[in-house]
Design a binder for this molecule. Structure first.
Ligand SMILES: [Zn+2]
Length: 64
């Protein structure tokens, strides 16, 4: 009689806050997004902050 154990899978419920992406030097889109992000954070608008971070991470594919 065999008792086959399934392999343990890593827990996926953790959603760690990722560090803010840095604006790419020389990219006007990144600079603008970073400015908007700073202003949004100062105003407590964290939805806009995370939106800007999403766009900043998309730099390699372009911002528009
Ligand atoms: Zn950029």
């Amino acid at each position: 009689m065999e008792n086959i154990k399934t392999t343990m899978s890593d827990p996926v419920h953790l959603t760690l806050p990722s560090p803010d992406p840095e604006p790419v030097r020389g990219c006007a889109g990144c600079v603008e997004l970073a400015n908007v992000r700073d202003r949004a954070r100062a105003g407590g608008d964290f939805t806009t902050v995370s939106d800007c971070n999403v766009f900043l991470r998309r730099h390699p594919q372009g911002h528009s």
